[in-house]
Design a protein. Structure first.
Length: 118
């Protein structure tokens, strides 16, 4: 698990899957708004002229020298909901990301977002 204090340190590192295949590069981290702990990362994938950001959960991530290993296979991550490199995650798309990975989604009691970009 990446701790909040380590988030900036891991940006722009290679992200590899559970089998050590490169997925892309860590672009940003979204934290859980109730705990302020890292929840999802965006991984820059694609060709240099056609990058996109895919979302991947960070709960089982392991940091190594120059990389971050996530607990999901590359195929699943590359099929995850995505945004453009200059985009922001719309609130109504949060649940789809959690559903893609089979994770529970719980918005705030007042309907507020579960995730915030850091």
């Amino acid at each position: 698990m990446i701790h909040a204090a380590d988030v900036r340190e891991w940006r722009n590192r290679d992200v590899v899957d559970s089998e050590s295949h490169k997925i892309g590069v860590l672009e940003a981290v979204y934290v859980d708004t109730t705990t302020d702990e890292p929840a999802l990362g965006t991984v820059r994938t694609g060709l240099p002229t056609r990058h996109r950001l895919v979302f991947v959960p960070l709960e089982d991530a392991v940091a190594g020298p120059g990389y971050l290993k996530v607990g999901y296979v590359r195929t699943l991550v590359k099929q995850a909901p995505s945004i453009g490199v200059d985009g922001e995650l719309p609130a109504e798309q949060e649940e789809a990301i959690f559903k893609h990975y089979g994770l529970p989604y719980q918005p705030g009691t007042a309907g507020e977002r579960q995730l915030a970009r850091r």
